[in-house]
Design a protein around this ligand. Structure first.
Ligand code: ARG
Length: 486
């Protein structure tokens, strides 16, 4: 339709090569709504008359039901929708819809509308998952488990502490998306191909009708920049990286060797040959899909880094990376949320392991510090105790009085007292005495849960307000469309 100065049509293979129609189904609805706002603005500024706006709006409204799967010679959804409007209203009327805009500001608009919706959806899904994690944490504030560094047993901890660490990472993801919405929610519409228009349009009015905070002011910036898109996909990549790490913890904990948790059958896969198998495929796919999303971010940044200012068709290739990233993030959050909600926690096994080995070493050393020893001396004494116990394959509490005595010089500390200290420390006492801010201690766990619960409520309200802001703007627009369609 646009080939005014070009004599020949694209052959089928070339059309397939340049077309973005198959990806564009994700933005069709935004293109229609954006076109309605644009047409109303043209009418309000006397560029379209009452009959023209009426016919165009009715045609656009009908297209909302269209699936846009039919093969066409259009190169993208913008061309296709305009062609269909012209078909329904005639060139005399439909041919005026594209006045004072370009596909360059149109696609930038559609992408921003799509991303702001995806941000709101992702924000909601993150809060749902955080809620599940915090409710599970609330049930496990006294469930002792080993904490690891280098995947080696480190300190006695609580299961809730792990869960809240996940919740906190996800809350930061939430905050990143929430902040980015502020930058995404600006309208590029009316920027034209790159330098604006001589026609008397009102960019602020379309921005308002579509629920944007403001316009992207500079028309070059509005049409050719995709930095907020990269920012958004960057956040998706970070979110997925967090989910992938959580998935890896669950993979480890659900092995027969650990068996700290058991995934519900609903979220496990069998083996085609080994009848005993219960595989954590969903968790593995979370890791695998994360790799793809990181690839999407790299693809977008690579696309942008060498582009001259002003629209270049390269930008079309960014869209599938965005759509795939959104779909992946939303489904990962939904699936992992359900997985946590149905997770079987093997409290006995966790408690047993927390009370075994040498996990209480630091607690013993700190008890010696409380008795006045320099930490370095305490570290040496307990290190020696562990060495002796390890050689005999026993726990610290199983050391004999003479073994304890051999690890501490008579001048350093009274070995009988040391023996008593060793006997008095176990997972329960360790978690009772751990009091530092944000630590695994039980009192801290209870405090952390309460604090997160109120944060979730506050964030849920914020998301609801944003959703209402957009839906009430679009509702007003739809009322205008109805009135002008009469
Ligand atoms: N299909 C294009 C895209 O997705 C739309 C903009 C095309 N603009 C142009 N001047 N060729 O980016």
């Amino acid at each position: 339709m646009y080939r005014s100065r070009l004599d020949k049509n694209l052959d089928k293979h070339t059309l397939d090569y340049v077309s973005s129609i198959s990806d564009d189904s994700e933005i069709a609805i935004y293109d229609i709504v954006g076109s309605q706002a644009h047409s109303i603005m043209l009418y309000e500024n006397k560029i379209l008359n009452r009959t023209e706006v009426k016919k165009i709006l009715i045609a656009l409204e009908k297209l909302k039901k269209e699936k846009f799967t039919t093969a066409s010679s259009a190169e993208d959804i913008h061309e296709l929708i305009e062609t269909m409007v012209i078909k329904k209203t005639g060139l005399e009327i439909g041919g005026k819809m594209h006045t004072a805009r370009s596909r360059n500001d149109q696609v930038a608009l559609d992408l921003r509308m799509k991303i702001r919706d995806d941000i709101n959806t992702i924000c909601g899904c993150i809060l749902d998952m955080v809620q599940t994690l915090v409710l599970l944490a609330e049930k496990h504030t006294t469930t002792a488990m080993p904490l690891y560094t280098h995947l080696q047993q480190a300190q006695i901890g609580t299961f809730s502490h792990f869960l809240i660490s996940y919740a906190d990472a996800l809350l930061r993801d939430f905050e990143r998306f929430y902040d980015t919405f502020e930058r995404v929610n600006h309208s590029p519409l009316g920027a034209g191909p790159v330098g604006g228009t001589s026609l008397p349009i009102n960019r602020n009015s379309t921005a308002k009708m579509l629920g944007f905070f403001d316009v992207v002011e500079n028309s070059i910036d509005a049409t050719s920049n995709r930095d907020v898109v990269a920012e958004y996909v960057g956040h998706v990549a970070i979110l997925m990286t967090n989910l992938s790490r959580i998935a890896e913890d669950l993979v480890i904990w659900s092995t027969s060797e650990f068996s700290f948790v058991e995934l519900s059958d609903q979220f496990s896969s069998p083996s085609s040959v080994m009848p005993q198998k219960k595989n954590p495929d969903i968790l593995e796919l979370t890791r695998g899909k994360t790799a793809r999303v990181i690839g999407n971010l790299v693809a977008i940044l690579s696309n942008l880094k060498g582009l001259a200012s002003g629209y270049g068709r390269d930008l079309q290739e960014i869209k599938p990376s965005v759509f795939l990233s959104s779909r992946t993030a939303i489904s990962a959050l939904v699936v992992l949320n359900s997985m946590f909600a149905t997770l079987k926690v093997n409290k006995q096994k966790m408690n047993k392991i927390a009370d075994s080995g040498y996990l209480a070493s630091l607690d013993i050393a700190e008890a010696l510090v409380k008795e006045g020893l320099p930490f370095r001396t305490a570290h040496k004494i307990v290190g020696k105790l562990v060495q002796i116990a390890h050689e005999s394959g026993i726990s610290l509490s199983e050391l004999t009085a003479s073994e304890v005595a051999s690890s501490v010089g008579a001048k350093e500390f009274d070995s009988k007292k040391l023996g008593k200290i060793i006997q008095s420390i176990n997972a329960e006492s360790s978690l009772k005495n751990r009091s530092s801010l944000g630590s695994a201690g039980i009192a801290e766990q209870k405090r952390l849960v309460v604090k997160r619960k109120s944060k979730i409520r506050q964030y849920q309200n914020n998301v609801a307000k944003r959703n209402t802001m957009i839906s009430s703007a679009l509702q007003k627009l739809s009322t205008k469309v109805q009135v002008l369609s009469k």
